[in-house]
Design a protein around this ligand. Structure first.
Ligand code: 5AD
Ligand code: SF4
Ligand code: FES
Length: 362
């Protein structure tokens, strides 16, 4: 295909699966038109502003056994922690002081009443300490409807639950095939969260073993079909204490997985111009400028880490995470500098809801 063909496809009103596969397959030297188009669409729809979500990694305890994740229950090498009330209060104070308009509370999946009530009290505490000003995104896995409702009523208004892969067969190659890892249940949770009124985000990992370009194209169409307000996607990074480690030599190289991630981000932005899309920290593990590159391909959200430095290394979903030795202050100034360097501006003290969600819920 010639450069002219690429431009013709990019000008189409709607990209179908074959178009998406074609564009995902572009070699690096042919990808710039795709990236330029995504950046142009982003600037026209959500501008050159970046929203922040201060990240609080509350606990690395998890009841599940996803085959890719370092927090899986069966990983005996993990050093378990749960932040204390004092540490949480300190994270919230830091968010206020650093003028983050929104925080994201993340943790492994737990189902006990003690856990779900604790999350409710943390949500209330964030609202109390910030005088209702800080927005709250949760990323606490699959839960019962009444739990999602309880958290929504307590003040959380966004929820991120990655589908990980929208292809059921691939889903069961990267998760145990049992009741605790049901594909059907995961999709039902996404629907349920939307019904309750959350701004819902989903996403995937790019470059998984067994994943094809057709799978990625279907994932993009899945985001559109579910009409989500946010997308979070990042490269797969093999973790040595997980079952998928054995495929590490069969997946694309770091460089190729980074490129494929950028192409996927660009296509999501083109297909869904007004959503919020995060530039994942995992991008920086594969490329020192990975987070900036993701912003230049359509991302408009970043998540500066607020987790106490002593606990960061233990939230090891994947190895070589960026920022594990840094403090909240260092992440704040580092991101300010990185974002300025690519002519984007951080919006402080704002929730930063996606125009896609706001327009639908006027
Ligand atoms: N590489 C990249 N991302 C990962 N995640 C889990 N394990 C890995 C890995 N090895 C992502 C998943 C999950 C989120 C908590 O982190 O997409 O939803
Ligand atoms: Fe637990 Fe989430 Fe990791 Fe799966 S991806 S093992 S649910 S923390
Ligand atoms: Fe954490 Fe750069 S964002 S040190």
């Amino acid at each position: 295909m010639s450069d002219k063909d690429i431009k013709t496809i990019l000008e189409k009103e709607e990209l179908n699966k074959a178009d998406l596969v074609f564009l995902l397959n572009l070699r690096e030297e042919k990808s710039q038109d795709l990236f330029d188009k995504a950046l142009d669409i982003k600037l026209r729809n959500v501008g050159n502003t970046i929203h922040l979500r201060g990240l609080i990694e509350y606990s690395n305890l998890c009841e599940k056994n996803c085959l890719y994740c370092g927090l899986r229950k069966k990983n005996e090498k993990k050093n378990i922690y749960t932040l204390t009330d004092k540490q949480i209060d300190n994270c919230i104070s830091e968010a206020i002081r650093l003028r983050y308009g929104s925080v994201a509370l993340q943790c492994g999946e737990q189902s006990s009443k003690e856990f779900t009530s604790k999350i409710t009290s943390i949500i209330k505490r964030i609202k109390e300490l910030s005088l209702g000003k800080i927005g709250i995104t949760l990323s606490c896995g699959e839960q019962k409807e009444e739990v999602y409702k309880e958290w929504f009523q307590a003040g959380a208004h966004r929820y991120l639950l990655r589908i990980e892969s929208s292809n059921k067969e691939l889903y069961y190659k990267i998760h145990p095939n049992d009741e605790k890892h049901s594909f059907k249940k995961r999709v039902a949770c996404i629907d349920n969260l939307k019904e309750i009124g959350y701004q819902v985000g989903t996403g995937i990992m790019v470059g998984l073993p067994f994943q094809t370009l057709e799978d990625l194209a279907e994932d993009i169409l899945f985001f559109k079909q579910k009409d989500v307000a946010m997308v979070g996607l990042g490269p797969f990074i093999p973790h040595q204490d997980t079952p998928l480690w054995k495929y590490k030599d069969q997946i694309h190289s770091d460089k190729e997985r980074m490129l494929l991630t950028l192409k996927t981000l660009a296509l999501v932005r083109i297909v869904m111009p007004k959503i919020n899309m995060v530039s994942a920290t995992a991008n920086q593990t594969l490329d020192p400028l990975g987070r900036e590159k993701a912003i230049m391909c359509g991302a408009n959200v970043v998540m500066p880490n607020l987790t106490p430095t002593i606990n960061r290394k233990d939230y090891a979903i994947y190895p070589n995470k960026a920022c594990v030795q840094d403090t909240p202050n260092q992440c704040a100034s580092c991101l300010e500098r990185r974002i300025k360097s690519i002519n984007h501006t951080i919006l402080y003290d704002q929730w930063g809801d996606s125009p896609a969600f706001l327009e639908k819920n006027k």
